[in-house]
Design a protein around this ligand. Structure first.
Ligand code: CMC
Length: 439
């Protein structure tokens, strides 16, 4: 069994010993910030053993320049910029440009980028027929997985993933078409006609227009709602090597079509432990119903025999307040105030639940704090966005991170097909027994 040495042999190396006989000097890699990483690529060839790390709790799957998280301190940086500053001062399209290109755009670059996105926002008319293959009551995330995956049937032949120009066009197409597909998934579920994108509108305005306008009357996009949703998009744009991003990278590592890779990311995001949590938070708050019932649900969350967990609480990386939750907590007050929603009972319930949980020994000891999903659902609901669309909005925004990470992976000279190993615990070799001789 491999054991770590007490201390690294020198500044650059890390000594790993296996039993009494074998040892290996492993390079210690340093990032610009954050913990060092032990390069174990020689481990199997030199020592004949693998590492065991279910859930990748101590494994860096790649190097990346996009996003940095310090979970202990509650820090989130995109290309070095703190998320709070981006949420306060930037726009989603500007953050998308930043993630894709590494620097904030100047005025001309931003205007060209936004114009390019606008000119890719329509979807092929034939794709529209695909929607009618879904049941009316299909979950919009199921529709997203199918329709985004189907984009690969439209753009496969012309896509050479080794050509940077092709990759960039695929990226623009995805970012531009996601709001159109998301809004169509919603319109389909309520039986209203699809609304086409309008180039005179900004990215968030256009999304609200496609969601809420109908052909029979004029629709005025509220600048307050557009700003609020843009901010939520910024907060969800990227988040390092989370489950769905790792899924996109893993799918892409085989050279697969990027639209199919993003469909895989959407499938992963759908789960309640990941992006589906914002939907689960509202369901949980509805179920709790009143402040008096909070202790009962806190007790259930702490009970190992009860599968109930406090949704919107806890995070694999953050062992402090999720900085995105802090921004959204403020936004929740601002948006509800600006929309004229006074005394939203769910917000009061959420704040009381947070207060009680943060004073409870169980949550304190495990460093369980509210995450990004805790407050986003409350804002979405106040904006009139149906619960089933919450995770779709997360997917829309995270597409930027997925595609920027996919691009970075393709350009990485260290990139190889993702192929984890395992600790085999099944039967050793044995002979086949014919059916009539089995006991
Ligand atoms: N409620 C009650 N107990 C919890 C919770 C929770 N929400 N989260 C973690 N714990 C407990 C867990 O039972 C374990 O206790 P013990 O040590 O006694 O066995 C301890 O805290 C450590 O939890 P873990 O399951 O080992 O942590 P993880 O890193 O594997 O899971 C998580 C992280 C986000 C899946 C988990 O905290 C969770 O299920 N939270 C609720 C769902 C949620 O809000 N998800 C959104 C994540 S943020 C948005 C995104 O990235 O998608």
């Amino acid at each position: 069994m491999a054991q770590k040495s007490e201390s690294p042999t020198n500044d650059d190396d890390f000594l790993l010993t296996s039993g009494d006989t074998a040892s290996l000097d492993l390079p210690r890699l340093k990032g610009t910030i954050g913990p060092d990483v032990i390069d174990i690529r020689r481990l199997y060839s030199d020592l004949g053993c693998f590492t065991y790390d279910p859930g990748f709790v101590a494994t860096a799957s790649c190097s990346s320049e996009l996003t940095y998280i310090d979970g202990e301190e509650g820090v989130l940086l995109h290309r070095g910029y703190p998320i709070q500053q981006l949420a306060e001062n930037s726009t989603f399209t500007e953050v998308a440009f930043l993630l894709l290109n590494g620097e904030l755009p100047n005025a001309t670059e931003l205007s060209d980028f936004e114009s390019d996105l606008k000119h890719h926002s329509m979807i092929h008319d034939q794709l529209i027929r695909l929607f009618s293959g879904f049941r009316r009551d299909a979950h919009p995330m199921a529709i997203m997985v199918g329709v985004v995956g189907a984009l690969s049937a439209f753009y496969h032949d012309s896509l050479d993933i080794n050509d940077p120009q092709h990759r960039m066009v695929a990226s623009y197409r995805l970012i531009a078409k996601m709001p159109t597909i998301a809004a169509m998934a919603y319109k389909y579920s309520i039986g209203q006609p699809f609304m086409y994108p309008r180039n005179a509108l900004t990215y968030p305005e256009n999304f609200l227009h496609m969601m809420f306008s109908v052909p029979t009357e004029d629709y005025h996009v509220s600048p307050i709602l557009a700003k609020a949703i843009d901010r939520i998009f910024i907060l969800h744009a990227d988040h390092e090597q989370n489950a769905s991003t790792s899924t996109v990278r893993l799918a892409g590592s085989s050279g697969a079509n990027p639209f199919a890779c993003v469909a895989a990311g959407i499938a992963c995001l759908w789960g309640p432990a990941h992006g589906g949590a914002n939907e689960a938070v509202l369901e949980m708050l509805d179920e709790i119903g009143s402040v008096e019932k909070i202790p009962e649900f806190i007790d259930r969350a702490k009970d190992r025999d009860d599968p109930f967990r406090l949704m919107g609480f806890g995070h694999r990386v953050y062992k402090n307040y999720d900085p995105r939750a802090a921004v959204l907590r403020e936004s929740a007050y601002a948006v509800l105030g600006e929309l004229g929603v006074r005394n939203e009972p769910l917000l009061e319930l959420a704040i009381e639940l947070e207060r009680i949980a943060l004073e409870d020994k169980y949550f304190v000891e495990r460093k369980l704090f509210p995450n990004v999903d805790f407050y986003s659902g409350i804002i979405f609901r106040a904006m009139g966005i149906p619960v089933s669309m919450f995770t779709v909005l997360f997917a829309l925004a995270r597409t930027v991170g997925w595609i920027a990470q996919w691009q970075e992976m393709i350009e990485d000279p260290d990139q190889r097909i993702g192929r984890p190993r395992q600790l085999y615990t099944g039967p050793t070799e044995r002979d086949y027994v014919p059916p009539d001789q089995r006991s």
